[in-house]
Design a protein around this ligand. Structure first.
Ligand code: NAD
Ligand code: FNR
Length: 177
């Protein structure tokens, strides 16, 4: 096996870059639901697309969301301490792209209709499910913060085909039966 130098001529960490690339290639094969995670409160309104969302426990009902600390929305989530996970349906790919970065916040929210449950975080009309949450603990890990959340209210939308992100693309998932 040929060993790679730890750094290239420019002093960049090539081993680290290769490991990140390999990790991302692996993760691209791990299909995940697509969500828009929103917040509102004293620090203002914000939202971003997230595939790193996971159930933690059903008692108390809790989930986690991983958010990159370099995201423009990061400070707003950390300050507000509440969030709503809006799980997208097939057909909402455009919204996922809009909330996936670089678009001004008002433009992101103007593209859909919103209401609120208990915390005041925006709940998306037409989402498959909405999980209104209070952030109970934040654990820094690598580039991301893992936000552990207590689920205060769940909204169930229409039973529609789901949306997953797999192999760097969106795919619809049919309802069985
Ligand atoms: N968890 C995340 O932070 C995450 C997840 C998906 C997409 N994204 C963003 O969308 C861009 C495009 O993603 P893609 O799937 O088309 O191609 P990609 O090759 O950049 O990523 C492939 C997979 O690796 C994981 N990933 C990507 N960036 C990550 C990060 N910074 N931290 C942890 N995991 C990460 C995700 O599971 C992603 O689906 C990414 O470069 C990233 O900026 C971030
Ligand atoms: C399908 C898909 C899935 C994810 C993302 C993107 C896309 C397209 N992004 C990136 C995230 O949405 C993006 O960085 C934010 O919108 C913040 O961007 P701005 O810094 O506001 O431009 C993302 N970011 C993050 O911190 N955690 C995550 O789980 C995900 N998942």
């Amino acid at each position: 096996m040929q060993m790679q130098p730890a750094r290239n001529a420019a002093g960049e960490g090539v081993v680290e870059d290769a490991a990140r690339r390999e990790f991302r290639d692996g993760m691209a094969r791990l299909a995940a639901a697509v969500n828009i995670v929103t917040t509102d409160g004293p620090a203002g309104r914000a939202g971003f697309t997230a595939s790193a969302v996971c159930s933690v426990s059903d008692s108390p009902p809790s989930l986690l969301v991983c958010l990159n600390r370099s995201a423009s929305v990061y400070r707003t989530f950390k300050a507000n301490q509440v969030l709503c996970v809006n799980t997208l349906a097939h057909g909402q790919e455009d919204l996922a792209l809009l909330f996936g970065g670089r678009t001004p916040m008002e433009e992101r929210f103007a593209a859909a209709s919103w209401s609120s449950l208990e915390t005041g975080a925006p709940a998306l009309a037409g989402a498959l499910a909405t999980f209104d949450c209070r952030i109970t603990e934040i654990v820094e890990s690598g580039t991301h913060d893992v936000m552990f959340c207590e689920v205060l209210a769940v909204g169930l939308g229409e039973s529609l085909p789901g949306l997953i992100y797999f192999a760097r693309r969106f795919h619809g998932v049919a309802i069985p039966g």
